[in-house]
Design a binder for this molecule. Structure first.
Ligand code: AHR
Length: 312
């Protein structure tokens, strides 16, 4: 009897257990590291066998990883696409192999029927939330803004720039005087901010920094301090992600606002995948996560404590 039961149980788990390939961009930011951790956790909780491939920021590595997942015959693929273009061929290969692809956090320019669904935030909206905050904060005063863009060609860099510009449109007191990529990293955020400060009278000509992610903001805050200015006061700092470290900076008065991006994209992605596998339920093409604004009014020290053990 026991043997029989055990065999049945085993057979049913192996029939159910999914193998999912995950092509991750790399580990450029604290947010990205958390997304990786939470994806692994979600897979483990659901008994999903996750095959993880780190692309080290290179699209060609992601394309290779996808081809290898297809060759292995995985049940599904999660893809966090480093840039928006250049995915058509490999997505067609996955489709021909009948392997559903789910996009995580970044979008692609390809035809929508080349993937099952995309989980992410409204990236244009995030930029406009950051911009609206700054418009209110400066309240009509003249303000020169410098911008640290994310990875060139990535959907968050394109859309966060667009949303921010939309929010500033019609508010002629605010001007974006410099805008350059910091590749979503602390190191480049610091480097590029140093060059902005040098070019703008040691920073005296800069009123605010908008960074497409918190990590670049954290790097830039360091540069501002080294230039002898006070981040958060002399230069306002607004960014995106809501990673623990930006709340520490906010608690110290060195950062002003951030827009939250959840690192748990895998939860909704696996929910959609499991429903699809069970009875063919088609998910919507876009599963949208929230974009919440945090400022110093939100008790940053407390938020830091709450967040710091959540996979970042
Ligand atoms: O695609 C999401 C962005 O990628 C995050 O905002 C950033 O931190 C990461 O590198």
């Amino acid at each position: 009897g026991m043997t029989m039961l055990a065999t049945v149980a085993l057979a049913s788990t192996s029939a159910m257990a999914l193998t999912v390939g995950f092509s991750q961009i790399g580990s450029e930011s604290g947010w990205r590291a958390a997304e990786t951790t939470l994806t692994r956790q979600q897979a483990e909780q659901r008994g999903i066998d996750l095959k993880f491939a780190d692309a080290q920021q290179k699209q060609e590595n992601q394309i290779k990883a996808l081809r290898s997942f297809i060759a292995q015959g995985v049940d599904a693929i999660l893809l966090a696409p480093v840039v928006a273009t250049g995915w058509d061929a490999v997505l067609k290969e996955a489709k021909e192999a009948e392997i559903p692809v789910i996009l995580l956090d970044r979008m692609v320019d390809s035809d929508k029927d080349l993937y099952l669904t995309a989980v992410g935030s409204d990236l244009v909206h995030e930029g406009s939330v950051a911009g609206d905050w700054l418009v209110k904060e400066v309240n009509g005063k003249p303000c020169n803004v410098v911008e640290l863009q994310g990875t060139t060609g990535s959907s968050p860099a394109i859309d966060r720039k667009k949303g921010f510009e939309q929010a500033l449109a019609g508010h002629d007191n605010l001007k974006i005087i410099r805008s350059q990529t910091g590749d979503f990293t602390r190191t480049k955020g610091k480097e590029v901010m140093e060059s902005f400060l040098k070019a703008e009278d040691g920073g005296k000509n800069i009123c605010a920094l908008y960074a497409h992610n918190d990590d670049m903001a954290v790097g830039a805050i360091q540069a501002i301090k080294e230039a002898g200015l006070k981040p958060g006061t002399d230069i306002l700092v607004v960014s995106i992600d809501a990673v623990p470290d930006i709340f520490l900076a906010m608690a110290a008065g060195e950062a002003n606002a951030t827009v939250e991006l959840t690192p748990n994209m895998a939860g909704p992605a696996f929910d959609a995948l499991e429903a699809f596998r069970k009875d063919g339920t088609m998910p919507p093409k876009f599963i949208q996560t929230e974009s919440k604004l945090y400022t110093k009014a939100d008790d940053p020290q407390k938020v830091y404590e709450e967040k710091k053990d959540l996979g970042y």
